[in-house]
Design a protein. Sequence first.
Length: 504
Amino acid sequence: MKRCSSPDHPHCTVWVAPGETMCAHGHAQPAAGAIDLLGSSFDLLQRVRAEGAPPAVPQPLPAQVRPHSVRPQLHVSGFDPRAAGGRQAIRLELRGMPDDVPPQLALLLESQLLPAGGDRQHFHRTLRGDWRPVFLEFSSRGREHGQYRIDLEIHARDPARPQLARTWVATLVLLVPRPDASLGEIHQTFLATHKNVRISADDAAIARVQGLAGGGALDIDIHARNASIAQLNLDAAVDGGKVSVGLPTIAWVEDLIEIDIPAGRAAHPCPVDRACLVHAEPDAGAQRHMRLFALDECVLGRREPAGPDADLLLEHYGEHGPVRDGLTRRLSARHAVIRPARGGFEIEDQSRYGLLLDGVWPGKHVPVPLRLGMRIELTASIRGVATFVVTSLRRHALVLHRVDAGGAAECFVLMAPDVAPDLAPGGTLPRAAGMPVLFHRDGGFWHLDPANGHETALGPATVLDRLARFTGRVRFAASPRPEDQGERGRAGDRRRTPERLHDA
């Protein structure tokens, strides 16, 4: 049975038996299937049940409960601040590292807590795919109480794919408490900076926390006092049901931040910071030896046959050449220091007999900026031992020419390490105007063609007569005094400031 379905009389409610063409009021019924394509609701339910319900379509999780994307993290554990004044050993564990990194990662650390101010270790990947943890040991004996920073870098370097080098950095802050601090004070001071959730219940109260499944990694601090109850519901499905509970020690997670590393240049073929350009047949007005130095501090001092204390070794020149004794003994072993400063260079007197700058003694241990054309006389008490003139003063290099009897024997070029050459007009006297443009970068010396900007690394195998402003036969020696036979270069005695970790 069904009601009248005549389209011309939609308000008719008379029942019509199956197969009838008209209702009791004479309304014609439409042919079967013309309107009721699906049949009665009963028939529709029967067909749906026979065919089976359609599979449920999984709905995306709301944003607040979606699992967090895996990112590199460093899990720090085992730190016990109660061991104040003693040895510590903390555990460092990598989590969430990408799968395409090499199986060995270099870990560089720098902190005042570590011996020698830093340490170097390696993370190794196991056959299971995780990373073997490393342990960092240090001692807080004799350290002032307070917070200490540990800067670390993780380097991923594959020799087969140098273009895929990656670096992550992080900073740990450790608390070195007072030796008489209680455990409660330590936790109140240290953990207060690491907890994200704090649960407190006082005076017979009940505190319940649940639904933390979508919150990611959380540090939780729980306090229940005076017959109170604090309940914490941890979802076992998160992190595989693993819950880290640290009672005597402290553990936390530090995010590793990946930094962008500029593409590295090729290594210098002759990495030295002291060298010499030797002219076999110098022209008139030129020097036989052009001694090159690229140091943060260049010490000028007396030449000693064995074990000199200076970098730039000086001798008094007479009519027939250098005089090893006599007035040379008036030069101190460490007579003066020249260093880059404020976009130029400065000189500081450290000698017994002093020095004169344009005829005036500047005073001992008083840095004085050098000026173009300045006259430097060694010494102040005895004139004529050694005399120089600043013939070129630029941001990247300083040129000193001797104006005494040794003027044809040598001149000196002092360069600021890793400073780009300055080609601005001016800053050069006519005596140094025709000298080649030299600078120091990547641990070695370079030549710059001022006409086209072409850079050439200098080494013993470099053909120098093809470079701009080189005349005659010139060779490169990786020693500032190649004429001293039997003198061994002190390659390990480099007066350079310590390099930072993102340069290792």
